[in-house]
Design a protein around this ligand. Structure first.
Ligand code: NDP
Length: 347
């Protein structure tokens, strides 16, 4: 069988933006005989995620992520359908997912490396398995629950950066459902601000590219900030932390403003911001969704219920075609997405 796949063409270097030229589309042939224990899957949706930026480097700087190799097929979150199986736990037509799905139109994978999913969990919206009812949903839910210290009735204000993205748009909604009285988003366009306030229910939104973030925060958070879901780091986060209340909590989810720079993770804070954290007794603990795998099943069920009952609104940006994987990744890294960036590979 002839299939298309995307391989790593070149590395952008640690101090540069990735470009579509770092990715290359190829054709390859799958052997006709399926080995024992393996299944043939058709790829339906693939995910592009910020963590992939460090996989583009020869040294990822992380002990849980390996680098992608030149001229090898890339991989990440994916969902698809079993077309044939020589594995006792999978049959034709099963919907399956994996965190290590090859960027390939069809693939032969080990059955035990695939998770079987009941499509009713997402009312048939299979792309949600890569977003609101997948890793970004878990990151938002568990990030808020494990590190946010949100208490119903405590009159808390939450600020979310990267607020119109996959994790951010969900984190703000979960913060509100869990009891924050005010949820303010920071993001990179007026259209994103409009969507957050009018469609998703944020109390206010700030365009960090155009507005004075400190002044706007003062207006929209008159009682200060208690919880900060930080997706971006850098100057935006310095501005938020400067207005946090005593005993507040920063959920250190990601620092995307620093990912195209050769700095360690998490990047060092300025002395001034460090001083504020200390004097205000603000916690800022690193959060990593992979550390909570024991909570995955129950959390995915909860996310599924929240989505099905429309308590959570799902935002997605979908590009079509495996040839667009590199474009989708580079666009997401520059803010081209509203909600989860997905690539649709087949029907
Ligand atoms: P998003 O859907 O939020 O997409 C990335 C967004 O980052 C873009 O849309 C863009 O939005 C924003 N961005 C890009 N550059 C900058 C910049 N210089 N300053 C501010 N914002 C910028 O991605 P995800 O929801 O998948 O990931 C969000 C964050 O969560 C990332 O930092 C990621 O690493 C982290 N993460 C952490 C996990 C964990 O376990 N800790 C798990 C999953 C994700 P805009 O238009 O607003 O600039």
């Amino acid at each position: 069988m002839q299939v298309k796949r995307v391989v790593l063409n070149s590395r952008p270097g640690k101090n540069a933006e990735p470009s579509p030229g770092n990715f290359r589309l190829e054709e390859t042939t799958l052997a006709p005989d399926l080995p024992d224990g393996e299944v043939l899957v058709r790829t339906v949706y693939l995910s592009v995620d910020p963590y992939m930026r460090c996989r583009l480097n020869a040294d990822t700087g992380s002990d849980y992520l390996g680098p992608w190799q030149l001229s090898e097929c890339l991989d990440g979150g994916g969902v698809g359908v079993v077309e044939s199986s020589r594995c006792s736990t999978h049959t034709q037509g099963d919907v399956v997912t994996s965190f290590n799905w090859p960027w390939q139109t069809h693939a032969v994978m080990r059955g035990d490396a695939l998770q079987k999913v009941d499509p009713r969990l997402v009312d048939g919206h299979l792309s949600y398995l890569l977003g609101a009812v997948g890793m970004p949903g878990l990151t938002a839910l568990l990030g808020v629950r494990e590190k946010g210290h949100v208490i119903k009735g405590a009159n808390q204000t939450m600020v979310v950066s990267g607020a119109a993205g996959a994790c951010g748009s969900l984190a703000g909604q979960i913060g509100r459902l869990d009891g924050c009285v005010r949820v303010v988003g920071i993001c990179g366009s007026d259209e994103k601000c409009r969507v957050l306030v009018e469609d998703v229910g944020f109390s206010a939104a700030i365009n960090y590219r155009r507005e004075d973030v400190s002044a706007q925060l003062q207006d929209s958070c008159p009682e200060g900030i208690d919880v900060y879901f930080d997706n971006v780091g850098g100057a935006v986060s310095d501005a938020v932390i400067a207005q946090m209340n005593k005993d507040g909590h920063v959920i250190l989810c990601g620092q995307i403003s620093q990912y195209n720079k050769d700095v360690p993770y998490p990047p060092p804070l300025s002395d001034e911001t460090q001083k504020i954290l200390q004097s205000q007794n603000i916690t800022r603990e690193r959060f990593l969704v992979l550390n909570y795998m024991n909570k995955t099943e129950a959390s995915l069920l909860e996310l599924s219920q929240l989505v099905k009952s429309s308590q959570i609104k799902v935002l997605e940006t979908v590009l079509n075609g495996i040839e667009n994987m590199g474009n989708a990744f580079c666009s997401m890294m520059k803010g081209g997405n509203i909600g989860k960036q997905i690539v649709k590979i087949s029907e």
